[in-house]
Design a protein around this ligand. Structure first.
Ligand code: 13P
Ligand code: SF4
Length: 303
């Protein structure tokens, strides 16, 4: 049944000149069939430069929307339109305006995990793999970092010369990773290195050996001569970690971090959107024109 579905997807993809993009948190069955699998930054760059007629984005809403904004003439389809990132909405109405009124030289730095509406009000977007570099490169002293307080706090530590104002948003999946569960894994596997996503709380970052985006965690594990790792991010990364390192051992906190929205992507839904071309992302032209500015600025500053 699965093989049948996979074959149909591959056939339709060819017929329609479509490509499949998947985030590392998407289910293994999706990652194994995708043309490109990566972190948010890599996938945004692929979406922008793609010559395919259609992009099927297996991720969450802000990813499909960013792809559409960056490459507006392409059809961007998502297997499940309800797959959303709760953190993307976590900025209180009026907060950006309030901050702009307070500081003359304010730059609003917007994590790509945000709604299109928030991007329209921002100066530059960042992802977890380029946030430090981009904030350092900005001429502004005062930075309002939205929506993620954890990534914002991590950036603030790395760029102490700036005044980084934090917002109250957070990723509910990474925030649930508890210190006691990480400590327990460290006790069980004393030689393991702790690799952590910056969306985690400070107490997790402070016991970590490496902090980086999903792609950076995967790259670190591959290059490391250590054999055991405790992984503090969503468990979808396990697929690529094991693919790259079949003899190494990867441990997750006992309550495995799992993003239910990412897991809404299934092979059956992927096939369905390829067949029907339903679930196309549609962004109003004026909105897209505003939202592309911070995304393009990110691509320029991250070079
Ligand atoms: P990265 O893949 O950019 O590290 O992002 C993590 C994430 O939470 C995406 O939703
Ligand atoms: Fe959003 Fe967290 Fe899921 Fe990433 S893991 S999509 S930040 S809820």
């Amino acid at each position: 049944m699965k093989t049948d579905t996979k074959n149909k997807i591959l056939e339709l993809k060819k017929q329609k000149n479509a490509i499949i993009l998947a985030h590392y948190y998407a289910p293994a069955e999706i990652q194994s069939i995708a043309d490109y699998v990566g972190d948010s930054f890599y996938l945004a760059k692929i979406a922008k430069s793609s010559n395919a007629d259609a992009i099927v984005f297996c991720g969450v809403a802000f990813m499909g929307e960013s792809a559409k904004i960056l490459n507006p003439t392409k059809k961007v389809l998502m297997p499940d339109l309800s797959a959303d990132c709760p953190m993307a909405h976590m900025v209180k109405k009026g907060k950006i305006e309030e901050m702009r009124n307070k500081y003359d030289d304010l730059a609003v730095v917007c994590y790509i995990n945000s709604t299109t509406e928030l991007k329209c009000q921002s100066d530059v977007c960042v992802t977890s793999s380029n946030a430090v570099k981009i904030v350092k490169a900005l001429p502004n002293k005062n930075i309002f970092f939205i929506p993620d307080k954890n990534l914002g706090r991590y950036v603030a530590e790395q760029v102490p010369e700036k005044n980084i104002i934090l917002n109250d948003g957070y990723c509910p999946i990474h925030a649930k990773i508890s210190l006691s569960q990480v400590e327990k894994q460290k006790m069980l596997h004393p030689s393991a290195l702790v690799l952590t996503h910056p969306e985690c709380e400070q107490e997790i970052l402070s016991v970590s050996d490496f902090i980086g985006s999903t792609a950076e965690i995967i790259d670190f594990a591959k290059k490391s001569n250590h054999e055991e790792f405790i992984i503090c991010t969503e468990d979808g990364v396990e697929f690529k970690l094991l693919l790259d390192n079949p003899t190494k051992k990867f441990f997750f906190p006992e309550t495995r971090p799992c993003c239910v929205d990412m897991k809404l992507n299934t092979l059956d839904k992927l096939l369905h959107v390829l067949e029907t071309e339903e679930n196309a992302i549609d962004i109003e032209e004026e909105t897209a024109k505003k939202a592309i500015m911070p995304l393009n600025k990110m691509l320029e500053l991250a070079k």
